[in-house]
Design a protein around this ligand. Structure first.
Ligand SMILES: Nc1nc2c(c(=O)[nH]1)N[C@H]1C(S)=C(S)[C@@H](COP(=O)(O)OP(=O)(O)OC[C@H]3O[C@@H](n4cnc5c(N)ncnc54)[C@H](O)[C@@H]3O)O[C@H]1N2
Ligand code: MOO
Length: 402
């Protein structure tokens, strides 16, 4: 028997770092930068207007009021992308749109709401200081500044930033491609009828979705039975397109635990009992250099094992810190018991009220009880040395992705 931490440490030591690829921006979404992205020009690249209104010389309107508006001739329109008027003189104004370059000579922008909106002449009824509603060049980003550093995951905002500095392609460690394979002769495809003793395959759908939630790309394989040759061939066939393979089922002590049977001695794959519940039987290793995670078949065991072991490993493969799911401290709503020496992951409902988190264990903590898992939003983590914790105790709670 080994601890959760020992098993995770072996996995994190074993998984390879994915090679960087140069990808077009939208293909790079979810990738992790393998280069620093810098700005070739400042942002904004030029002084521009923050409002639709009029570019003025602030001194010209210093005495303007509702009662005595300043009246200025309008010499033209400046729209974003079209610097038709490049300069104004004192005593003149140009109509200007948000984002349009400020004409030389102007030092303030008056929003249209402070004026009568005139075309040929405009009446300005409020004074404004120099700099009013002007966005200065370089106010966002300086030329040469790093806007996204190596190790940054490219989410929506980061992709926007990279595009804003003019980059069409970036070097990233891509999302890991995770092939998911359920094993078991009792498994049938959802949508097909069941014969006695059969069940519908749920794990492969759950784990494929979990791979995507964890920042990978999930590929579900059709379920295989427990014929060793077929299982091994199916796994080997997938190596070409997989950065990681996740299997479920066939790893405990039965007479037909096929995954254990065919992978023992293949590559570096080894099987262990881990001091955790659920998820005791685990396997991990590299098959022709590709990490293979063999998770137990009980659905809740497979899911918890994924979150505890596979998720951090997928992060490590992209060069991200292999941190656990976001964890908060919460107050237990009920007494709980846990076997000594085992890390126990209870399914629970985390809630926030009156300034603190509380957590209630779900009814149904069996590793086959998928209904309790699917209604849960958190895993309550009971450490190895906890045996009985009374209601009111603070416990660590991992939030589940949603
Ligand atoms: N004598 C022992 N028996 C078992 C032990 C043990 O230590 N000694 N460990 C138990 C624990 S803990 C777990 S977890 C399971 C793990 O078993 P396997 O990984 O070999 O999984 P299977 O036997 O194939 O299936 C277990 C269970 O899960 C259902 N299952 C499997 N795959 C799916 C799927 N894709 N979708 C839905 N449900 C699935 C399967 O029908 C079984 O009910 O072993 C215990 N036994
Ligand atoms: O520990 Mo097994 O993984 O329940 O159910």
């Amino acid at each position: 028997m080994r601890t959760v931490d020992e098993h995770l440490a072996e996995i994190l030591d074993g998984v390879p770092l994915l090679a960087p690829l140069e990808l077009a921006l939208l293909e790079a979404e979810g990738g992790v930068l393998a280069e620093d992205v810098t700005a070739p020009v400042p942002l904004p690249p030029f002084d521009n207007s923050a409002m639709d209104g009029y570019a003025v010389v602030a001194a010209d309107i210093a005495a303007a009021s509702e009662a005595e508006p300043a009246v200025l001739p309008v010499i033209g329109d400046i729209v974003a992308g079209d610097p038709a008027v490049s300069a104004i003189r004192p005593g003149l104004t140009a109509r200007i749109m948000t984002g349009a370059p400020l004409p030389a000579g102007a030092d303030a922008v008056i929003p249209v709401e402070w004026t009568d909106g005139g075309d040929a002449t405009v009446r300005v009824s409020r004074a404004a200081p120099p700099g009013n509603y002007i966005r200065r060049a370089g106010e966002d980003v300086l030329a040469g500044q790093t806007v996204a550093a190596t190790g940054t995951r490219l989410g929506a905002a980061q992709l926007g930033m990279v595009a804003a500095v003019g980059r069409a392609r970036v070097l990233v460690r891509p999302k890991p491609r995770v092939v998911v394979l359920s094993t078991g002769t009792e498994l049938r495809e959802p949508g097909t009828p069941l014969a006695p003793g059969e069940i519908w395959d749920s794990n492969s759908f759950m784990l494929t979705a979990a791979a995507a939630e964890a920042g990978g790309v999930g590929y579900r394989q059709a379920t295989v039975g427990d014929e060793p040759g077929t299982v091994l061939r199916t796994l080997e066939d997938q190596l070409g397109r997989a950065d990681a393979i996740v299997t479920s089922g066939g790893v405990s002590m039965g007479t037909r635990d096929v995954v254990k049977e065919v992978l023992t001695g293949h590559g570096t794959v080894a099987f262990h009992k881990v001091r955790m519940r659920p998820g005791k039987p685990q396997g991990f290793g590299l098959l022709q250099g590709t990490p293979v995670f063999t998770l137990p078949g009980n659905p809740v065991s497979a899911y918890v094992s994924f979150q505890v072991f596979v998720r951090p490993a997928l992060r490590a493969m992209q060069g991200l810190p292999p941190e656990p799911l976001p964890t908060v401290s919460a107050v237990l709503a009920e007494d709980v018991k846990s076997p000594a020496g085992i890390r126990h992951y209870l399914r629970g409902r985390l809630s926030f009220a009156r300034g603190h988190y509380g957590v209630a264990p779900a009814e149904g903590q069996g590793s086959h009880q998928l209904a309790a898992l699917s209604a849960a939003n958190a895993l309550i983590v009971l450490p190895e040395d906890a045996e009985a914790l009374p209601a009111g105790t603070h416990v660590d709670v991992m939030r589940l992705p949603s």
